[in-house]
Design a protein around this ligand. Structure first.
Ligand code: SF4
Length: 311
């Protein structure tokens, strides 16, 4: 039914969107259709006015440092596909391939998502893909700084849970106190479990440049977390990136929003009037037994088709 009900209005809409997309693709490949937009640094107001909404979006977010994920990224991974679109897919976070190539869902899970999209949309609907966060959630080591002279994210003085309970003086010299802390920390299960919280953070103490228990914390972080490991995006990053996602949804103006994966279901709000469905993340499908993968893909395809049929 859906296939035969698409008629001239659909063709007209597609032509318009193809033009939009051509502009976007030119931009993606570093070719600007607007001479003004090629002006460097001291851009004029005119050049900004000549940009498409998506180009302005890219300019706004390309250097974002709103959360600590910026410290581990190569690229700010915003969106791929056509804008505006009928269907917007929102996943969770860029992985390694996405970080390198600067485009969402381009690794193995992305290939599977493309297959699902192709089967469900059958070339009749425009679509775009983005994520809850635009930067790879990679474990970046914390850095210990002096809170009196430097900006910091986490206070590791005795005021909070990361403080050293042993004091210079009553508990010995600086090196003795650090030795006691190094012996005490491995027995603190709650603190060890919380170490991922410190990833990418600036730890503020009052000792640097002198030896400090922050260095002991840093060694524990390497042992229990480890640099470059991928993790789920932390909630604070999802919140920090929410305005970017809202902005992209406003540009995309989707009729159907597909939340891909558990985290997207939990955190992605959808605008009034937009149909929203949830599908399993393709990465989770790839982790299933091969005998179950076909059924999982078919369920995703059927859910998306049903949402489109209801439009
Ligand atoms: S708010 Fe988004 S774009 Fe900005 S640093 Fe965090 S994840 Fe990256």
């Amino acid at each position: 039914m859906r296939r035969f009900s698409k008629c001239r209005s659909s063709v007209r809409r597609r032509k318009k969107r193809t033009a939009d997309y051509a502009m976007q693709e030119m931009h993606d490949h570093g070719v600007s259709p607007w001479p003004e937009a090629r002006q460097s640094a001291g851009e004029t107001e005119e050049s900004e006015e000549a940009m498409t909404p998506y180009q302005r979006h890219r300019e706004k977010w390309k250097g974002c440092e709103r959360c600590s994920l910026y410290r581990g990224r190569r690229s700010v991974v915003l969106c791929r596909g056509k804008l505006p679109c009928d269907v917007l897919f929102v996943g969770e976070a860029p992985g390694v391939s996405e970080d390198v190539l600067g485009r969402p869902f381009v690794g193995p899970a992305g290939k599977l998502l493309d297959e699902i999209v192709e089967r469900a949309l059958d070339g009749q609907y425009d679509y775009a893909i983005t994520n809850l966060v635009a930067c790879i959630p990679k474990a970046v080591p914390p850095v210990v700084v002096n809170k009196r002279t430097d900006d910091f994210d986490v206070d590791i003085t005795r005021k909070g849970k990361w403080g050293n309970p042993f004091r210079i003086g009553p508990d010995g010299s600086r090196s003795e106190v650090l030795g006691k802390y190094a012996g005490w920390l491995p027995e603190q299960d709650a603190l060890l479990k919380s170490l991922p919280e410190l990833s990418g953070k600036l730890l503020g103490c009052v000792c640097v440049p002198l030896a400090c228990h922050g260095n002991v914390l840093l060694r524990a972080w390497y042992k229990h977390v480890g640099a470059d490991k991928l993790s789920e995006p932390p909630e604070e990053s999802i919140k920090a990136c929410a305005p970017r996602l809202r902005e992209l949804i406003a540009i995309a103006k989707p009729r159907v929003l597909v939340r891909v994966g558990r985290l997207a279901t939990k955190h992605c709000k959808f605008p009034v009037g937009v149909s929203c469905i949830d599908v399993i993340h393709p990465a989770a499908i790839l982790r299933m037994d091969v005998s179950q993968q076909g059924l999982a893909v078919q369920r995703c395809v059927a859910a998306i088709e049903a949402a489109l049929d209801d439009l």
